[in-house]
Design a protein around this ligand. Sequence first.
Ligand code: ADP
Ligand code: MG
Length: 395
Amino acid sequence: MKLRQIDQATLKGKKVLVRVDFNVPLKDGKITDNTRITAHKETIELLIKNSAKVALVTHLGRPKGESVDSLSTKQLISEVEAQFGMKVIFARDLDEISGKMESLEPGELLLIENIRFYPEEKKNDRDFAKKLAIPFDIFVMDAFSAAHRAHASTDAVQHELPSFAGLLLKKEIEMLGKVKKDPEKPFVIILGGAKVSDKIGVIESLLEKADSILIGGGMAFTFLKASGLETGTSLVEEESLNFAVEMLGKARSSGVSIVLPEDVKIGTGPEDKEGITVKAVSIPEDKMGLDIGPETVELFKKTIKGSRTVLWNGPLGVFENPVFAEGTKEIAAYIAERTDNKELFSVIGGGDSAAAVKKFKYETRMSHVSTGGGASLEFFEKEILPGVEPLSVDE
Ligand code: ADP
Ligand code: MG
């Protein structure tokens, strides 16, 4: 897929609206993780270097179409100033944008109030997008992680202005696209996390492309149960049991190996202070599987060792609790090592998976850690994302 790139635009003196995703986690008004802000650095620096006048628009949380003080993008000003080394001018509403863009000085950026304060945003309202577009010459779509939503600031606005892909969006599409289109084989997919139902689309669309699928995390127990095992109080999605049975059968008939945990670390619940390792075939009735066990770690490593491409979505245990973090950590370490040795092209998708890899400090050693969350999953399920489609050009 070819996208219209910013280097095809004349930027000097142009008023550019950039859709970023600054939907950072906040605690008492403080940003607890600034990854989503720093991820747009290259795009914004490129625009500034080329003498564009830049305004940034984002959503923050779920204000449901109303002004909510605790979700105002005002709270992001000092972090944006620190990260981009520029002064931020704030536009409280759409009516302020035009005047503030006119008087924007070099060294200044305009930041627009949370776009989801407007109910028209989620409705992908054309008139609203027109109004948003009026003060600008060009639109740059850089919010890959919001590109699975057809909203006014991700979709409709692109039909009002000449639109181009930002560098972050471009990189995401390139890296994830490589895995989606022609992954170098053998190709292994590692799946974990909490819910099977979240990942059904990905499993269906990638099953036949993969050589192996390693399943850990909460998800594994639905598959273990579907293969006839007792799973105690582990997370099992009853409504996905049929799907799991079907997938196990389909994998078998198409020669894809699905690898399930052979041992698991169990406890009374996610907060337990200690865990014990048991065979997957002997999970006690009153215990919950919360991590993959050491034998499974070795088993997974063996498959990863023989692979050239890995796509990982979903932590392999309750990594937030150090007692159940080992599986996720060890597999992350191993993938990092293989990637360092240029033996593996490694892509991590999913919000919590990215957080886990970051927490254990393997982030920079993966080929790509997607900022995508839900968007990275939908990228594999769908032909094209609604926020990307207007940017595509015929090859
Ligand atoms: P991602 O955001 O990467 O797609 P998910 O949202 O699907 O991942 O799942 C992440 C959550 O899954 C984490 O909060 C983690 O604690 C939880 N999890 C992992 N393994 C288990 C398990 N065995 N039982 C319950 N929850 C689990
Ligand atoms: Mg998640």
